[in-house]
Design a protein around this ligand. Structure first.
Ligand code: SAH
Ligand code: F3S
Length: 437
C-alpha cells in the first residue's frame, strides 16, 4: 500500500484541509506515515500570509527532496501553491505537483501522473467547492475542527488570502449539523468552527447565529469555539446566540491589526478603534468572563511612532489575554505593496519588541488575577515536560496538572494554583463541585 506523508504550515484551516486530503487519499489505499524517508508521496500544505512562512517551506522542500525515492512524489498544496502555481515547478525541480485549496479532488490524478513522470499544477478556483462528500480523516480525540466557510470576500490591503483561497462561500447549515452530529456520535465533545470571517457565515438561508444555536445544542457537544471572526460582523443576533448557547466558550480571537484609525483606514479594515472597543465591550457584556485574543501587525506602510503608540494603548485598554504579533510583510499583488512610506525594517523590529513586551505585561496581569479561581478543563494530552497532563479552560488558558493518563479526553474541575504569566499550574478539586457553574 502506498504511504503518504503530510506536513502542515499556517492556520487551523490548513490543519483541517490536511485532514481532508488524508480523508480523500485513504479510500484510494494510502496509509499515513510520520516518516518522510518511508513515504511514497510527500505533501507540504503551505501558508502564504508572510514571506517568512514561504521561506520556511522552501527550506523544508530542500530537505524533503532528499527523501524522494525513485517513483516517489513530492507535492506542494495550499496557499503558497496557489500563489506561485506552475512557477513553483520551475523554482524547485524536484516538486512534481502544485495544487491550490480548491483543487484537492484532483490530487489522485495528479499523483498518478507524477508517478509516470508528468509534473502538473492546478490552481483554479471552484466557487462551489466544499468537499462535502469527502469525510476528513481526523485524529482520534475530544476536539475537532470543522470548516464552515471557505475563501474571503474582504480586501484587507495587506492580505494575500483572498487571492489564495478565492471567493467566500458558506456550507449549508444542515451539512455542518450532520457532520458535527456524526462527530459527537464518535465521542467528539469540543468543536471549532472555521472560516476566514466566520461570523459573516451565511448559507443563503441561515446566518452565523442560526449556526451557533444549531451546533451548540447537539447532544454531546460541550464546547463550541469558532475562529476567526471579523470585528464588525457580530450582529445582535450573533451576540444573543453566543449568550444563550451554553456550549459557546468564553474566548474569542478577534483580530484588530492596529489601534490607529489612520492605519486601519489604509488597511481597509471596516472599523475604527472606537468601533472595535465597542465590539469588545459588547462581547464582554454578552459572555461574562470572556477572554479576548488578537492579531496585530506592526510596521504597516505609513505607520508613525504615534500610530504605533495607539496600538500599544489599545492593547492596554482592551486587556487582551494574548496576541499574535507580526511585522508587516509585503505580499506581491496585494494593494498595500503600492503604498508609500515603507517603515524601515529596523524600526518595525524595534516596535515589534516593544509590542510583545506590552502584550506580555497585560497578559500576565490578567492571568495573575485568575490564580485561585476554579475552572472546568478539558484534558488534552500529556504535557511536553514533567510527566504532567495538559488541559485547557473554556477561556482557552493552558493548565498543567498531575493526573492519570485515563483523564485524557475528559473534563475535570480544577483550581488554578500558579502562573508563569502565560500558562498555569492546576490542582483537581472535588468532583461534586463539577455540577456548580
Ligand atoms: N481572516 C483571517 C486572517 C488570515 S491571516 C483571520 O482572521 O484569521 C492571519 C493573520 O496574519 C492576520 O490576522 C494578520 O494579522 C496576519 N497577516 C496577514 N497578512 C499579513 C502580512 N502581509 N504581513 C504581516 N502579517 C500579516
Ligand atoms: Fe485577510 Fe482580511 Fe480576509 S485579513 S482573510 S482579507 S478578512
Amino acid at each position: 500500500m502506498p504511504r503518504i506523508y503530510i506536513e502542515t504550515y499556517g492556520c487551523q484551516m490548513n490543519v483541517s484541509d490536511s485532514e481532508l486530503v488524508l480523508g480523500l487519499l485513504g479510500p484510494q489505499g494510502y496509509v499515513r506515515t510520520d516518516d518522510p524517508a518511508d513515504a511514497d508521496v510527500m505533501l507540504v500544505n503551505t501558508c502564504a500570509v508572510r514571506d517568512h512562512a514561504e521561506q520556511r517551506v522552501l527550506g523544508r522542500l530542500g530537505v524533503l527532496k532528499g527523501f524522494k525515492r525513485a517513483g516517489g512524489v513530492l507535492g506542494v498544496v495550499g496557499c503558497m501553491a496557489q500563489r506561485l502555481g506552475p512557477a513553483l515547478l520551475e523554482q524547485v525541480p524536484q516538486v512534481d505537483l502544485v495544487i491550490g485549496p480548491d483543487g484537492y479532488r484532483g490530487l489522485p490524478e495528479l499523483i498518478a501522473r507524477a508517478r509516470q513522470g508528468e509534473r502538473g499544477a492546478d490552481v483554479r478556483f471552484q466557487q462551489w467547492e466544499h468537499y462535502e462528500d469527502i469525510p476528513p480523516a481526523r485524529p482520534a480525540g475530544a476536539s475537532a475542527f470543522v470548516t464552515v466557510q471557505r475563501g474571503c470576500d474582504y480586501r484587507c490591503t495587506f492580505c494575500i488570502v483572498p487571492m489564495t483561497r478565492g471567493p467566500e462561500r458558506s456550507r449549508k447549515l444542515a451539512d455542518v449539523v450532520r457532520e458535527v452530529a456524526g462527530l459527537a456520535a464518535r465521542g467528539t465533545t469540543e468543536v471549532t468552527l472555521l472560516g476566514q470571517t466566520v461570523n459573516s457565515y451565511h448559507d443563503g438561508e441561515h446566518d452565523f447565529a442560526d449556526l451557533v444555536r444549531a451546533v451548540g445544542v447537539l447532544p454531546g457537544i460541550r464546547r463550541l469555539r469558532f475562529t476567526s471572526p471579523y470585528p464588525t460582523d457580530f450582529s445582535e443576533r450573533v451576540l444573543a446566540a453566543m449568550a444563550e448557547t451554553r456550549a459557546v466558550c468564553e474566548h474569542v480571537h478577534l483580530p484588530v491589526q492596529s489601534g490607529s484609525n489612520r492605519v486601519l483606514r489604509r488597511m481597509l479594515r471596516r472599523y475604527t478603534r472606537e468601533r472595535y472597543l465597542e465590539v469588545a465591550a459588547a462581547l464582554r457584556h454578552a459572555v461574562p468572563g470572556i477572554a479576548l485574543t488578537t492579531d496585530i501587525i506592526v510596521g504597516f506602510p505609513g505607520e508613525t511612532e504615534q500610530d504605533f503608540e495607539e496600538t500599544v494603548s489599545l492593547v492596554r485598554e482592551v486587556r487582551f489575554d494574548d496576541a499574535y504579533t507580526f511585522k508587516y510583510s509585503p505580499r506581491d499583488g496585494t494593494p498595500a505593496v503600492k503604498l508609500k512610506d515603507r517603515v524601515p525594517d529596523a524600526v518595525a523590529g524595534e516596535r515589534l519588541e516593544r509590542l510583545i513586551a506590552a502584550v506580555r505585561q497585560v497578559a500576565r496581569s490578567q492571568n495573575v488575577a485568575l490564580v485561585g479561581t476554579t475552572h472546568e478543563v478539558l484534558v488534552e494530552g500529556k504535557a511536553k515536560r514533567g510527566g504532567l497532563l495538559q488541559a485547557r479552560t473554556r477561556s482557552n488558558k493552558v493548565a498543567l496538572l498531575d493526573g492519570p493518563d485515563e483523564w485524557i479526553g475528559t473534563y475535570r474541575r480544577v483550581r488554578l494554583t500558579g502562573t508563569t504569566g502565560s500558562t498555569f499550574t492546576a490542582w483537581p478539586v472535588a468532583q461534586e463541585l463539577a455540577v456548580v457553574g
